[in-house]
Design a protein around this ligand. Sequence first.
Ligand code: F0G
Length: 360
Amino acid sequence: MSGQINGGIIQRYRKFLPVSEKTPLVTLNEGNTPLIYAETLSKLAGSNIDVYLKYEGLNPTGSFKDRGMTLAISKACEENATAVMCASTGNTSASAAAYAARGKIKCIVLIPSGAIALGKLSQALIHGAKVLAIKGNFDVALELVKEITNKYPIVLVNSLNPCRIEGQKTASFEVCDCLGDAPDFQIMPVGNAGNITAYWKGYKEYKAAGLSKKLPVMLGFQAKGAAPIVRNKPIKEPKTLATAIRIGNPASWKSAVAARDESGGLIDMVSDKEIIAAYKILAEKEGVFAEPASAASIAGLLKLINNGYFKKFTLSNKEYKIVCILTGHGLKDPERAIKTVKPPKVIRPDLKSIIKEIGY
Ligand code: F0G
């Protein structure tokens, strides 16, 4: 008995994925994340534009990585692999560790020492992965993982593994299923560039299958201190407080550029200051808590609204839809949240003190 009730992305989108009857299902019922209408952001965007948030932080391990990992680990189990390995800025390692635990397969993760958010580190550790922190950044870690998985019988589960991209493309299927078609614009953060590659592939496949009519304009955002695609050269020492996208030499560079160019979109950058401002707006005005890297989507949206980008493309008598991808949950990085706002005021435990503070 499989015991699955709702199932995950493999069951729902089986015919678009490289699976057979023989593929074991290693799932935590990932996907099916909400597309949330963003009232404040829609108002800012303009009267004929609706903004939606694809809240990928509501996946089982709190990020979009679960979509790719269910497939990558299921295929690794089908092939009787004994171990999987990845380099990570945090979320990939959390997801790999959880799905490997579920699939009863060994998991090894290489992370940049001191540079991943606490929530993510705790996940990799509690799921029993072998966690190794290197004195080097993500790009160095990924090179090492590529070398090791080439030499030893260990399956690489970074997004260089095509199963990761195949699984992640299901998010664009969900967006189309929810809106009845693809949106006009999609905004998302870009780090190692696997996700923009995956979404674009998904949108094209859904359209080819007759399940959607149009393709979105793809708008990617990197952090200013870690923007190799924007600057058109690898960054040796990428810097940003959005640790998830602190990447200087993305593995899927070429396919991200292809997604940008084929869709008539752009890949631009936002500063840490803009990311934090967007992070706060999202939490305070929309009630959605996403991690800083995800807030790069919203910082990008605000940048494009402010520089008149959408005005150039939209006609006032037509309705437009923008989908912003919120890739990871805010709880992944509680330290950042606490650093961003004032700590709670400590007061005496009596009615008078409380009433005075709350202004009644
Ligand atoms: N947002 C979050 C929350 C991420 O964790 C990542 C990537 C991205 C955006 C960028 O996606 O790499 O496909 O362009 N995190 C990877 C990791 C690198 O190791 O967890 P991308």
